[in-house]
Design a protein around this ligand. Sequence first.
Ligand code: PMP
Length: 443
Amino acid sequence: SGLVAARVGSGTYVLPPYSTPARSLPRGNAPCGASPARTPDAASDPWPQWQHHALHRHSFLSAPPAIPLSSHSPQADIIALNSGNSDPRLFPVDQLRASLRETLRREGWKAGEYEEVAGYPPLRRTISHLLADQGIPAAPQDIIITAGSQQALALACQLLTSPGDSVLVESPSYADGLDLFRSRGLRIIPVPMDEEGMRTDLLPALLKEHAPRLIYTIPNFHNPTGICMSGQRRRQLVHMAREHGIPLLEDDFVGELRYEGHAQPALKALAHPGDTLYAGTFSKMLMPGLRVGYLVAEGPVRDLLIRCKRLNDLSSSGIIQRALHRFVSVGRHRAHLARSCQIYRKRRNALLQAMAEHLPQVRIAPIQGGLFAWCTLPAPLTAGSLAPLALHHGVAVAPGTAFFLHPEQGAAHLRLNFALHDPETLQEAVRRLAAAIRQLEAQ
Ligand code: PMP
């Protein structure tokens, strides 16, 4: 006897009996706890009042996430292009097994202790070298190992913001990042993007009006648009953040998956020490199940972040960190990365070719790397009508609505993940998408 509700971008679903009455769930910057508490009907609702209070305070969390965490559809006949992941079939399982075995043989019980809160020192040194190779300055003592970069974002938020503060984000942006900011009660201020990334020309007015506590950006192969921020915009952003004394949170989740063109310098490399927090992860370049990411921070904030990390989970797994250190230091990581780039480049090309052949009317943002093709549908097509029909035709796509503060702004967009499937499957996926579009156009 659940209640039926709808969330833009994720379809219709049934709320469990203790949920709010059916109505559109608050999106945008709706304040937490604004809706009146429902008095539970004791006969049909066994849950105590505090459960309802929690629900009203965090009502947006009761909607299922619009984007699945797993890579493949549970239905074998659906081709999933809606995930945010790299291809799990490429995970170097044998090499990781060897690294784990070697770690436990060499280190025995030591590997099973609580790890240092900031992370296993040799892994932090290794990451410092990996970053130096990309021109990113990061001393080992300034690197904090986190449970994926999601925890890096959460720690930065926890330390630098209070409920009611403003955070500037690109529009669109990473869906679980937006929800993280919402869960913290932050006012999300969207900054529109174009093909060079965040519109820095709009920043002076926004900074003045909202006095944000944080600027969150994904400069490389942005999620969901795949766009790389231009060098000039990076310099402008770094300069303005410094001028206004606002920390930059740089999320570099797939920076090393580049298929063409030259890398632009990281904001971290352009900024003064201590002006940015840089979040990295092994999730997309290696595997998300390791849950190893990191945050680079300098100054007093670094020590506070380490204290926060301890309060969150005491430490990340020492066993995994040691095995990962071994995996990277014997060259397995570099080899895996080179192979992944080669494979994903072919898949990107296959998707672009199939789109050009079957759906020339759909515009695609330039893709120099990463995992995503960001598509703009010709009017009057919308993601809201296309996504369910595409699923019916056997292909799952991520509707653009999932990535905007105001979902309706993403109505003309789709995010397609090209990294998960071989070229033939991608061609079939595009044929199915084209069939769905033809059906919609004929209606
Ligand atoms: N940032 C972006 C842009 C992401 O897409 C993701 C995961 N999809 C993350 C951060 C967090 O991933 P993880 O915690 O696995 O590093």
